[in-house]
Design a binder for this molecule. Structure first.
Ligand code: SAM
Length: 219
């Protein structure tokens, strides 16, 4: 099945609210736990989260690494508003801050000691822009961890995944999940993106029936 793009930003109020209220506890905590497993030596510095959405991963990351500063980047103003509220509620506003910007427009200035991103890449029309910015953003020797959905082989398979994992979720969330699966990349496409960007030291792992992870050190 060919990739079918979905809108790059999540800006509809109802869509943003449904996403922020959904239960991603296991997935988001799992992502932060995975970062610690991949990079047991990592403990501090400035971390960027690209496509941070409503801020749950930056909060979980800042709790796990208690001296890190996290900058969440998202170009959706309603997402950033919710993220700022969540961080204030968590009492982490001194270490977790946000920028409402497209990641493509960030200065590529080796700013970060690490970078993370979950569920952003499938929104991006040109994925090479993402890998290029990731490399520019971090200093040499910095760890990066990226996770996203895998595109299934057919629309029927995508629907089956939505029914298996989001049976009781609101319709708007089920719609977005389905569209995201159709917009996602296959493992082979990710491998070829990394090869084209000369990022083959980053390793791809397919961790379950609907997610891939790319992790490693940027040189
Ligand atoms: C599916 S959400 C993932 C949110 C969060 N990372 C999580 O795991 O819960 C994807 C987010 O990426 C944002 N986004 C999409 N394209 C972007 C871009 N070019 N620059 C910055 N943010 C972008 C969307 O607005 C949306 O909030």
């Amino acid at each position: 099945m060919e990739r079918i793009l979905e809108p790059e930003l999540m800006e509809e109020d109802s869509q943003v609210l449904a996403y922020a209220q959904a239960d991603f506890e296991a997935e988001n905590q799992g992502f932060v736990d995975l970062f610690r497993e991949y990079f047991p030596e990592f403990s501090e510095g400035q971390v960027f989260d690209l496509g941070c959405g409503p801020g749950d991963i930056p909060i979980k990351f800042a709790r796990m690494f208690s001296t890190c500063r996290v900058t969440g980047v998202d170009a959706s103003a309603p997402m950033i508003r919710l993220a700022e509220q969540a961080v204030a509620q968590a009492g982490l506003s001194d270490r977790v801050t946000f920028r409402c910007a497209r990641f493509q427009d960030l200065p590529g200035a080796s700013l970060a000691d690490a970078a993370i991103s979950n569920s952003l890449l499938h929104h991006v029309p040109n994925p090479l822009q993402f890998w290029n910015k990731l490399r520019q953003l971090v200093r040499p020797g910095a760890p990066v961890l990226v996770m996203d959905l895998l595109r299934p082989a057919s629309p029927e398979e995508a629907q089956a995944i939505v029914d298996r994992y989001a049976a009781d979720e609101p319709e708007i969330l089920r719609r977005d999940f389905y569209n995201s699966l159709l917009a996602a990349f296959t493992e082979d496409e990710i491998a070829s993106q990394l090869a084209r960007m000369n990022l083959t030291r980053l390793l791809i792992d397919v961790i379950d029936d609907r997610h891939w992870v790319v992790g490693g050190i940027i040189h």
